[in-house]
Design a protein around this ligand. Sequence first.
Ligand SMILES: Nc1ncnc2c1ncn2[C@@H]1O[C@H](COP(=O)(O)OP(=O)(O)OP(=O)(O)O)[C@@H](O)[C@H]1O
Length: 207
Amino acid sequence: MRVAAPLLLGLTGGIGSGKSTVAGLLAKAHGAAIVDADAISRSTTAARGSALSAIAEAFGAHLINTDGALDRAAMRDLVFTDPSARQRLEAIIHPLVSDETDRQAAAAHAAGAPLIVFDVPLLVESGPRWRARVDRVMVVDCDVETQIERVIARNQLPRDQVEGILAAQASRAQRLACADVVIYNGAGTDLAQLGAQVEIWASRFGL
Ligand SMILES: Nc1ncnc2c1ncn2[C@@H]1O[C@H](COP(=O)(O)OP(=O)(O)OP(=O)(O)O)[C@@H](O)[C@H]1O
């Protein structure tokens, strides 16, 4: 029997905007399968990760820790001082992330998930690469001050570090320009109001 094609939703938003919270609501209430792009990307460079042998070949085995994982601090230093190293690293990692994303999405499809949510923090920053894979882009919109407060509370980070992360991400306006659906989760939005917006969207799609 052929399984009906699931809706493919790209979910994005700035740090602390509430992507994981929205993904959790969609999973719980609507059986969404969640494909976490950051987790997949990290797994490629964790111990026994699929990118490690190519990284060792391209940059040297000294970039691999004794536990077999990528030495992230050393790699960060390298890409900071040599922009071409970042491109070479991305050329190794992106196809692997793409393959694993496809594998997880195919498994979710085969299992009958009506909705597959691709949680991609940098969907807008990555240009057409992600946009082309999804039917709709959902942006979790949030004012910057609320993002900062949430991330400080969640991660116990100093404010200037959170501001630095935000400065390196797409702006709120850039994200909104890419949105098919906007879920507002900024100041004054409690979890019930967030859930209500998600339900309105889901019912429109017959989920
Ligand atoms: N409407 C809300 N009211 C109160 N707390 C919220 C609300 N939305 C999210 N939070 C809290 O804010 C924090 C950030 O939310 P969440 O982890 O969902 O964001 P995220 O966009 O996935 O973040 P990141 O990009 O850092 O992974 C969490 O601790 C979450 O519980």
